[in-house]
Design a protein around this ligand. Structure first.
Ligand SMILES: Cc1cc2nc3c(=O)[nH]c(=O)nc-3n(C[C@H](O)[C@H](O)[C@H](O)COP(=O)(O)OP(=O)(O)OC[C@H]3O[C@@H](n4cnc5c(N)ncnc54)[C@H](O)[C@@H]3O)c2cc1C
Length: 438
């Protein structure tokens, strides 16, 4: 093996996972070359322009349990208080009849804070509140672990309808981007366990006050640059090869780039294509081909500056829109981001019609005027579908080829497709590469 190849890694894909892997490898003295096919980094968590604003390709929410993501932000020296709005968990959900459901975690230690919050829910009959507390106690006694995976809908079969509609369903859609009938209850329980039973601040809601490029992508780029890493934008890798000592990436013009390892940090489908073109890792291809996808649609609506929500984020039930974020916290007064998770009829509507439907719903609930402007972003493959038993199909970071690795939110994790899963995968992947060299 030549010296230039030893301890060198090519990363294909500049989403949050690839950027994290690059950072960790550089920290450990590796040479890193990252190739991104798009003209910008960030992948599914990137900044886009709307009118005079910088917004994201989809409103993102983090929680206190995202410890790997938060620790990467520290590595990048991000000013947390200037960049993130962090609040104790407060869920305000409103339906079309303007009835509200509000859950607020107090200062008691977990799990008392949760039980107390549920016991004090307004507009929910006492017997339903008690049933939910009993269910939470049961989950805790089971340590949030199921013997066999089932759907979230089956898990909730004894929960009162009102609690399912006003609380569990919006929460599941937001966390797993999959309907309650299809969602893996075990993955849902993993998120609940980490949020509610680890540290008191794990259930905190964290909303970026800046766009996702300013929050993570630019600091990551700067770190990689300052530590001698190489980033090439607009460079699609179309083929890879590997032998005993090295792996090679080939771009559309036939240029070749070799290193000791290649990390596939693109989407599962782009990894399948790369492996197919090279007749490599047939069993990994088959595994990745089992993943299905779900969309996320974000409708940005611009209102006059004085229009605002009672909380930075409000849930909507019996509506097309599911969660609405007041972008006032990003210094974008009057701008609302309405998120619609998972598939549904809204994906068939043209953008103007969809924006009008949402604007009408908000007028009805909040007595707002019609929105002045709208901007609709549809990500058709926003996340993989977190179906029952999905973790059987998520590959580990290592493959059966010692030179080829996987990194991305889709690799095996306790979490659904999230920023945290992507960052955690990047960290684990690089750690395993480092360990293999020792
Ligand atoms: C609209 C939307 C809303 C979301 N909301 C949330 C949220 O609120 N909270 C949360 O935690 N998560 C959320 N997510 C999920 C989160 O954004 C993703 O889990 C995360 O960004 C995935 O990162 P990744 O690096 O694994 O993959 P990606 O971001 O997909 O990165 C892969 C990169 O590889 C590049 N690439 C692919 N093939 C090649 C090739 N052959 N050559 C070179 N480059 C290639 C792609 O262009 C892409 O940039 C949301 C996602 C979307 C789309």
């Amino acid at each position: 093996m030549t010296n230039s190849i030893t301890r060198s890694v090519i990363i294909i894909g500049g989403g949050w996972s690839g950027l994290t892997a690059a950072t960790e490898l550089l920290k450990n003295g590796y040479q890193v070359s990252l190739f991104e096919s798009a003209k910008q980094l960030g992948g599914r968590a990137r900044c886009v322009a709307f009118d005079k604003h910088r917004v994201d390709n989809g409103q993102h929410l983090l929680i206190g349990a995202y410890k790997n993501t938060l620790s990467m932000l520290k590595t990048y020296d991000v000013d947390m208080s200037a960049s993130l709005l962090r609040t104790k968990l407060t869920l305000l959900v409103i339906n079309k009849n303007k009835q509200t459901f509000s859950l607020q975690l107090g200062k008691l230690p977990a799990p008392l804070n949760i039980l107390f919050a549920f016991l004090n829910l307004k507009n929910i009959p006492l017997k339903d509140r008690l049933k939910t507390c009993g269910f939470l106690i049961k989950l805790r006694l089971m340590q949030f672990k199921l013997k066999h995976d089932i759907s979230v809908k089956t898990l909730l079969r004894k929960q009162p309808d009102i609690m399912i509609k006003q609380f569990w369903e919006p929460l599941c859609l937001a966390a797993l981007n999959t309907s309650i009938s299809d969602s893996s209850a075990q993955i849902f329980l993993n998120v609940l366990k980490d949020s509610f039973t680890t540290t008191p601040d794990a259930s905190d809601l964290i909303i970026p006050k800046v766009d996702l490029a300013t929050l993570f992508v630019h600091p990551a780029m700067q770190y990689i640059d300052q530590h001698g890493g190489n980033i090439t934008l607009g460079k699609k890798i179309v083929k890879i090869t590997s032998d005993q000592t090295s792996a090679t990436a080939i771009d559309a013009d036939g240029n070749t780039y070799s290193a000791e390892h290649i990390v596939l940090a693109g989407s599962p489908s782009s990894s399948i294509n790369l492996l197919k073109n090279a007749d490599l890792l047939e069993s990994s291809q088959q595994l990745l081909a089992q993943l299905d996808y779900e969309p996320i649609c974000t409708v940005y609506l611009q209102y006059p500056d004085n229009i605002s929500l009672p909380e930075p984020m409000v849930g909507l039930t019996n509506c097309t829109g599911q969660w609405i974020f007041d972008r006032r916290f990003c210094q974008q007064d009057g701008l609302m981001a309405v998120v619609i998770s998972a598939s549904g009829d809204h994906m068939q509507l043209d953008k103007m019609t969809l924006a009008q439907i949402i604007s009408d719903e908000l007028s009805e609930i909040f007595d707002w005027p019609d929105a002045d402007k709208s901007f609709v972003v549809r990500e058709k493959r926003a996340t993989f579908k977190s179906s029952v038993n999905i973790n059987q199909y998520r590959p580990g970071n290592a493959s059966s080829d010692a030179r080829i690795w996987f990194s991305g939110d889709y690799t095996l994790s306790r979490y659904p497709a999230t920023l945290e899963a992507a960052v955690q995968s990047g960290l684990q992947c690089s750690q395993q590469i480092i360990n293999q060299s020792h």
